[in-house]
Design a protein around this ligand. Sequence first.
Ligand SMILES: NC(=O)C1=CN([C@@H]2O[C@H](COP(=O)(O)OP(=O)(O)OC[C@H]3O[C@@H](n4cnc5c(N)ncnc54)[C@H](OP(=O)(O)O)[C@@H]3O)[C@@H](O)[C@H]2O)[C@@H](O)CC1
Ligand SMILES: Nc1ncnc2c1ncn2[C@@H]1O[C@H](COP(=O)(O)OP(=O)(O)O)[C@@H](O)[C@H]1O
Ligand SMILES: [K+]
Length: 512
Amino acid sequence: MHRITADRPHPLHDCAATRALENQAQRSLPAHALMQRAAHACARLARALAPHAQRMWLACGGGNNGGDGLLAAALLHQAGLDVTVTWLGTPETSPPDALHSWHAAQDAGVCFADAPPPLGTQDLCVDALLGIGLRTGSTHSPDARLLDCLHALHASHATLLNVDLPSGLVADTGHYAPGFEALAATDPTTAGTHQQRRHTLALLTLKSGLFTAHGRDAAGGVWYDDLGVDAATHPPQAWLAGAPAPSARAHASHKGSFGDVAVIGGEGLAACGMGMTGAAVLAASAALHAGAGRVMVALLDGGATAALPQQPALMLRRFDALELAHATVVCGCGGGAAVATVLAQVLQQAGRLVLDADALNTIAADTALRAQLAARSSRAGCATALTPHPLEAARLLGTSSAAVQADRLSAANQLAQQLGCAVVLKGSGSVVAAPGRLAHINPTGNARLASAGTGDVLAGLLGARLAAQPRADLDGAFAAASAACWQHGALADAWPAHQALTADRLAQAITP
Ligand SMILES: NC(=O)C1=CN([C@@H]2O[C@H](COP(=O)(O)OP(=O)(O)OC[C@H]3O[C@@H](n4cnc5c(N)ncnc54)[C@H](OP(=O)(O)O)[C@@H]3O)[C@@H](O)[C@H]2O)[C@@H](O)CC1
Ligand SMILES: Nc1ncnc2c1ncn2[C@@H]1O[C@H](COP(=O)(O)OP(=O)(O)O)[C@@H](O)[C@H]1O
Ligand SMILES: [K+]
């Protein structure tokens, strides 16, 4: 068993692969062996997380997730802890492994009760209500006892250990199933402390849903025990991204060695009464700090800005003075309606291209531009990355942002497939997808990034990473996108608690 950290990549499996793995392992192992391993891991982690616990409450469902909890309760009781179990199953309907665990708990003398015992902050509660057996159809709504237990677990001040999955969370998506949506509502005043005292022990496989959508809030710290079974025998659904390799600069290099980045965006105040030049400048600043050799900015403000005195290293250019084929183009940040006037030319001439914000909105509403974007995938020397947030992704897919959020991996994969690009679907657990590749889920970042302009910073950083790729192709775009997301999030994770995280400071904190 080990704790999952963001530094190295991890394969993520879906329910179907986990079931196949479980069935295969069950056939080669003695009866109940897998559940015994699961329960031992669970009990060990429970004791490690709450070494001073006087009481433990284990809420156990009627399936095998509950079986893990029941057997862990027996082990914890045998270790001398004051253990109470609430079991929602019945011996008549229990699957064989869980029934065996129920007998073990009874034989050990574990206390069974309908209500939780009083728990203090040093105590521990265990959510063993639902795991991968969660059914999501509208006919399967949680009953009152199950919801009562869940609310008691979430309201408790004790450390919470989720067995395999937080109950109600869909393993493959990180979205809550119908009937469990209320669990997604977090009280911002207590979210931080809840996060710190929450842990999930993933069994057999790591599930994608733990790392995206509501998954990160629900899961807290993620631990993993493979139960002695090699998950590598089954193909993963996606990868949890690891830290990008550090970049090294040869001594004999010059500013041309690291690529030019040209940022196009920043509609002026005069156009619609909304000055958005800051967005383009943020992206450019991010590209510069990320190590791009030269960074140019073409503002779509009709020449209203003649200089950027705060950012002397950025080179102002008129759009028609840019050499689109030679620079890595970052287009759309604060682009407003004005971006529509340049997009056809950008899609035609740019080799390495990052499209963000209004560039994406404009393409979503224009079938000719969309076709032009998709056609880039068959042109040599083109590497394209899109950085939509969920609403922008929904516009491109012709759906709602709720539908995108309900299955972020699918949405990102679909978009990548349709447009032949690398796609970063932003938000908690950003998904990086590209056609024919397993998506990456980004493990870094936090809600401090939910602040205006941080997306522009990501686009600029991605531009710099794309400019430094050895080849302008889909692999380069995918690698650059994954690396940029990881670094962007890691900066936020390391941000001093007492200092405001603003987009301009974030851009300045980027290192090559
Ligand atoms: N077998 C083994 O050795 C191993 C198993 N392992 C463990 O088993 C877990 C999988 O166990 P599982 O397949 O029994 O499913 P599980 O997650 O307990 O859920 C089924 C229960 O939930 C209920 N239920 C479902 N949907 C619902 C809803 N929407 N709302 C309300 N209730 C709902 C469903 O009720 P029913 O539909 O049957 O009425 C049934 O009672 C896995 O996550 C891991 O922890 C590991 O230790 C590895 C070894
Ligand atoms: N809760 C969160 N957890 C992790 N990352 C987040 C969260 N909220 C926002 N972000 C990140 O912050 C950035 C915001 O981008 P975007 O929505 O385009 O904002 P803006 O348009 O203001 O720049 C994205 O990289 C996104 O992934
Ligand atoms: K659970």
